[in-house]
Design a protein around this ligand. Sequence first.
Ligand code: UD1
Ligand code: BG6
Length: 664
Amino acid sequence: MCGIFAYLNFHANKERRHILEVLFNGLRRLEYRGYDSAGIAIDDSLSPLHSTSSPPPLVFRQAGNIESLVNSVNQEITNTDLNLDEVFYFHAGIAHTRWATHGEPAPRNSHPQSSGPGDDFLVVHNGVITNYEVLKETLVRHGFTFDSDTDTEVIPKLAKFVFDKANEEGEQTVTFCEVVFEVMRHLEGAYALIFKSWHYPNELVACKRGSPLLLGVKELDQDKSNNHVFKDAHFLSKNDHPKEFFLSSDPHALVEHTKKVLVIEDGEVVHLKDGGVSILKFERRNGSSRPASVERALSVLEMEVEQINKGKYDHYMQKEIHEQPESLTTTMRGRLIRGGGSRKPKAVLLGGLKDHLKTIRRSRRIVFIGCGTSYNAALASRPILEELSGPIYREDTAVFVSQSGETADTLLALEYARENGALCVGITNTVGSSIARKTHCGVHINAGAEIGVASTKAYTSQIVVMVMLALAIGSDTISSQTRREAIVDGLLDLPNKVREVLKLDEEMKDLAQLLIDEQSLLVFGRGYNYATALEGALKVKEVSLMHSEGILAGEMKHGPLALVDENLPIAVIATRDACFSKQQSVIQQLHARKGRLIVMCSKGDAASVSSSGSCRAIEVPQVEDCLQPVVNIVPLQLLAYHLTVLRGHNVDQPRNLAKSVTTQ
Ligand code: UD1
Ligand code: BG6
């Protein structure tokens, strides 16, 4: 979804070429979130520090990918003889990737959105302004004309309106921050915003409510040895040390520049000026709102630059599928107790939940909330939670499952659950995300950055965390101890089993070759692997753009059987568990109707599931039933990946999809 990025260099000579490259690279780091247009704004010429205005900035906007924006900027540079070598001692640039919600992808709908002719105020926005129509009517009455179909355009126009009014009224010079405060007072909805204005050269103001926003700070002092004596205050207070500031909706765009970040909170307005950062909080009290200054400390980004590179792989999705043995190991690191003799049982330790387990156990219900793949992961883990949690009572526990921790629909449910007094537990991959911060407690899945839009390693890590959650909840029940210990053993060996199943890569590529021209693929699953059927089908349709449907095998006779013929490929998941004999009977019935079958079975079962050798069998290692979905999804992830490459589609950024859906 929409991504924002800004780069401000202070007391540091940077050529225009460099500034453009930093902005474009920032946008490239946001690409994975999904977008359909992009834009940037830079200064036309250097404005001396403390000057009260500068020439209007240069704004470039383009529909399509970042490279088409880069090309159009290069074209414009050639046409206008813009000097790329020009050096800026100070400069504030803003950039944006847009995922169309209001209005088609087109330059006029791309960001930065402008206050009008002269570009007095420019804004990049992530989120949705819900009251934009009312604001637009008012602004039109005051003589503003609108050029875009976006909800965002009201924001820069409102800023100009506020600025002009303050000047007309002859108030003492209004600060940039005050303008933004006043604008914010009128906005409803979810947003993260960055403002740039030639009335305030070399300054940027950012604010947020609902959508994520981070500030990164990089000190450029030559004498690095002194760094350890600098406290956060040094980084944030006004001083003449050369430094760079970065603002982004996404840590991926910051990590290559700095790990020192400030997670901006809802209602905060961050003002970058004269080498310092001031943070004011927007607080509503007794119907009126007043700004209060806030002290904040920087935190360290827990992310490595390597995580955002493809390494030896062609695509992120491929890399993320193959790194599952390692990501699962990190998910479980420090959380499994191997036990020792009869005294110390095998168990799990979830640091983020240990103080809340009693409350969870005493809940009336445990409700899981998630979208897309996260929903499927919760579905995959439901049976073991039901089995191990035993009867529960009293109030509700709501568990929010989200890779990004920013999904708008999930966040709305979180607000509802909090307001209604439920204990809110998060299961997320993103430390510092909205869900991680707004839940009462939770577990980070620690799967590492996931860049491919189609979620793969986060899915398997989510399941593992939910199985560990079931073990933790059930840990006070003697009757299930043997079962729990078997699961702990299974977890310890799971990365090896995933390593083994990844060897099916070539076989899945061959299968993809056979299916390349098909219109549709059905996937039948049951019990623990109903979720695998849904998730496998989701992967196939998301990236390879082939229709695919996951179907509960028990429903086969109630409709889907009508589709069966010699042509339609059907995958049946029939690994060994309590549902195995039922799945065998499904295979026989499909076989009797000459169905074109692909059967996923446990190692050694190929002959028994495909007696006449008529089905294509995929043999996978057998593991504890509740962990089998982790193993079984891998061949389907590989199939989806290869189908996509062979069909010539974009693996990491499938059309129309966004990694993190931050609007409703
Ligand atoms: C934590 C540390 C980890 C360290 C370990 C040592 C963090 C992020 N993790 O891991 O680096 O090695 O202690 O014991 O500092 N939380 C939520 N909502 C969520 C997710 C988590 O509120 O959606 C809370 C948890 O309740 C907990 C904190 O965030 O208070 C950290 O959670 P988690 O990283 O899962 O805890 P540990 O595994 O103990
Ligand atoms: C989007 C993504 O739809 O959001 C999916 O394209 C993802 O891959 C879903 O599963 C939920 O996202 P999250 O971050 O809340 O797990």
